[in-house]
Design a protein around this ligand. Structure first.
Ligand code: HEM
Length: 369
């Protein structure tokens, strides 16, 4: 039915125009985000689930937004979980696998003992929702980890970025030694950190930007108490030392301090402002400002939150593609904590229909659909 008055017709035309430009703006912003991305690893794509499980990304985003609204710390837990997955054996969700008394899983290795149980539970809850929505085990646990990390950043005020998808999960977890050597210690200096990062294809800029993940979350006293006792580390400001001593008055105190003393639950560039003010919690944080290679990058991010956000998105995509399993490698785990039943060496536990879908998707990808 045509609008009955010229005024109404004009209003409708205006509304259509406004909606049109909003859609065009959203599409342009999406394209802008994509153009800043590093190269996508073979086998991953931005629309991997479009045909298989449309809506998968929105489900993860909604879950994380709601859950972080109730528990702010969960965002930090989810972000750290993705990092601990990727740095050990690649982004294959091996950190989620349960071990046994005879063969302890990655979660039993010391750096992982402080992973938040709420983050591990959230991944399983998201997996259940996706299983229901996608009618089966379609979205891998490793993709869920990558998406939940991104959405945690967004939920706390950080940058949005596109996550390439299509990772597959490993059926095996790493040894305790591999976890210990894969994850850098909070007492590490920049030389050691760069060594660890470079082996994974990450540069000094990635190290600084990704360390900016410490703009949210908490650290236990035992991760930094040696900087306080017996004598305070001289690269810490005296007022910061006094403040930390109120949280951790003696060696062995079981308490936690904010990683970002200024804005603990907000994803912003204050972490870098802290470093410039000698208020980094760990040696691995503060040395980024002491070291001549990384100092200018820290100063730059302390001045420009926009540039930090841009680089953080790029570096997260790089980190999220470390040694990914794709195509017919690995499996899509039905339960994130255990390998699929019947998994043996060389068997990915995947059913034929999923394999056919993988081949169809790969062909579509090559044709640029
Ligand atoms: C550069 C080397 C890194 C070292 C040495 C390091 C070390 C640590 C340590 C010791 C903690 C505190 C654990 C505790 O005492 O409870 C921690 C927490 C955290 N880390 Fe890192 N980290 C590094 C890089 C990263 C990266 C790359 C990210 C993510 C992009 C990240 C995200 C986090 C988050 C969000 C927390 C807070 C977790 C929570 O509150 O539950 N870290 N990190």
């Amino acid at each position: 039915m045509a609008p009955s008055s010229p005024l109404l017709a004009a209003a409708v035309a205006l509304l259509v125009l406004a909606l049109g430009s909003a859609v065009a703006y959203a599409a342009a912003e999406h394209e802008e985000l994509r153009s800043r991305q590093p190269p996508v690893a073979r086998g991953l794509s931005f629309h991997f689930y479009h045909g298989r499980c449309p809506g998968a990304e929105s489900i993860v985003r909604k879950f994380v937004q709601d859950a972080v609204r109730k528990d702010k710390g969960l965002a930090a837990g989810l972000l750290r979980l993705h990092f601990h997955d990727c740095f050990v054996q690649g982004c294959d969700a091996s950190v989620l696998l349960h071990g046994s008394a005879a063969e302890p899983g990655e979660q039993q290795a010391p750096p992982n003992l402080t992973l938040r149980p709420s983050a591990l539970k959230a991944i399983n809850d998201i997996r259940d929702q996706l299983e229901h929505h996608c009618h089966g085990a379609v979205v891998s646990c490793s993709d869920i980890l990558a998406l939940a990390a991104r959405d945690s950043v967004v939920a706390t005020g950080g940058p949005d970025y596109c996550v390439p998808l299509g990772r597959r999960d490993s059926a095996r977890f790493a040894t305790r030694d591999a976890v210990g050597s894969g994850l850098p210690r909070p007492s590490s200096n920049v030389t050691t950190l760069l060594d660890v990062f470079r082996k994974l294809g990450l540069e000094a800029t990635d190290l600084v930007a990704l360390s900016g993940g410490h703009t949210i979350g908490l650290g236990h006293c035992n991760s930094f108490e040696k900087r306080l006792f017996p004598l305070p580390d001289t690269t810490m400001s005296p007022s910061f030392v006094a403040r930390l001593k109120r949280t951790c008055p003696t060696m062995g105190t079981d308490a936690r301090a904010a990683l970002d003393v200024r804005t603990t639950n907000v994803f912003d560039n204050k972490y870098f402002v802290n470093l410039v003010n000698q208020e980094g919690l760990f040696v691995s944080d503060q040395d980024l400002y002491t070291n001549a290679i990384t100092q200018p990058i820290v100063e730059h991010f302390a001045r420009s939150q926009g540039d930090f956000f841009d680089q953080f998105g790029v570096s997260m995509v790089k980190m999220g593609q470390i040694r990914v399993l794709t195509g017919d490698q690995g499996q899509v785990r039905r339960h994130c904590a255990v390998p699929n039943p019947g998994t043996v060496d060389g068997d990915d536990g995947l059913e034929w229909p999923s394999l056919v879908q993988t081949v169809v998707d790969a062909a579509a990808e090559n044709l640029g659909f």
